[in-house]
Write a protein that binds this ligand. Structure first.
Ligand SMILES: C[S@@+](CC[C@H](N)C(=O)[O-])C[C@H]1O[C@@H](n2cnc3c(N)ncnc32)[C@H](O)[C@@H]1O
Length: 258
């Protein structure tokens, strides 16, 4: 990862760590339930949660696995996640600062790896996927969830600009075909897929990243002035000049190491 992107991630998430721990959209949801359902059988011994954020996926898997290791690039986020997970009574989760693109573990160290709603911040997603494959044991499972990239280039460019204005550490979301290619190239075969739509309430979504008032106003002007087709692709709900919500797709994949 280049230094500027790592620094952008750390600045963004370091300042918002407690908000991510407290956010109900990360703490629960049908998406997390789907990952758990996929990871339940066979019961995993050693789980790695990459880019753990507020630790919600690590905590969910602590109920299933013998040991969970949670890594993240942002140390204040790791500290907040550790307080949250230990406060919830889970004593089998270890926290470690590490980049997805350079995982500090031996080959085949884990039975299952999770990575939920984070790769759109990575500089080098194929490298991160190769690292996941390296640390998985043969037949091990990778459970991945992220924002789904839009197939239409204009819609994708519009939402990437919206996301980056709200959070400068957003790189981009990847299309389903890109994910399939990255996984196959790393020796991982897709064995399950699901998609979900997630509604974002505008005030809550912009509030999470503590946008300055002027930046938020600029983002709203950008959305309101965008072509109607771009807004329609993400179901923007607008009342007068007030943006109420929009929705985006999420992709969930289960892949097995060959
Ligand atoms: C939205 S949060 C993840 C949510 C979390 N996985 C969950 O289930 O609640 C995104 C996290 O990715 C981390 N991150 C971003 N780029 C990273 C990288 N290259 N390596 C490791 N962590 C990274 C950020 O520090 C942040 O904590």
């Amino acid at each position: 990862m280049t230094e500027p992107q790592a620094a952008r991630v750390q600045a963004q998430f370091g300042a918002a760590a407690e908000a991510y721990v407290a956010c109900p959209g990360f703490a629960t949801g049908d998406d997390l339930a789907q990952l758990i359902a996929w990871g339940r059988t066979p019961r995993p011994g050693r789980v790695l949660d990459v880019a753990t954020g507020g630790g919600h996926t690590a905590l969910a898997f602590a109920g299933l696995a013998r040991r969970v290791t949670a890594v993240d690039l942002t140390e204040p986020m790791l500290r907040a996640a550790a307080r949250h997970v230990r406060g919830a009574g889970a004593a089998t989760v270890d926290f470690l600062a590490a980049e997805a693109e350079r995982l500090p573990f031996r080959d085949e160290a884990f039975d299952l790896v999770t990575c939920r709603i984070a790769p759109h911040h990575f500089t080098d997603v194929p490298a991160a996927v190769r690292q996941v494959a390296r640390v998985l044991q043969p037949n091990g499972l990778f459970l991945l969830e992220d924002i789904l990239g839009h197939d239409d280039p204009d819609a994708a460019a519009f939402i990437t600009e919206v996301e980056r204005r709200r959070d400068p550490s957003h790189v981009r979301a990847y299309r389903a075909s890109e994910w399939t290619d990255y996984l196959a190239a790393a020796g991982l075969t897709v064995t399950g897929r699901a998609s979900m739509r997630r509604v974002r309430t505008w005030e809550e979504w912009t509030g999470m990243t503590r946008m300055a008032a002027a930046a938020k106003a600029g983002l709203e002007r950008f959305v309101l002035g965008a072509p109607a087709a771009a807004r329609a692709a993400f179901e923007f709900k607008i009342s007068g000049d007030r943006i109420e919500s929009f929705s985006d797709g999420m992709i969930l994949l289960r892949a097995r190491k060959n």
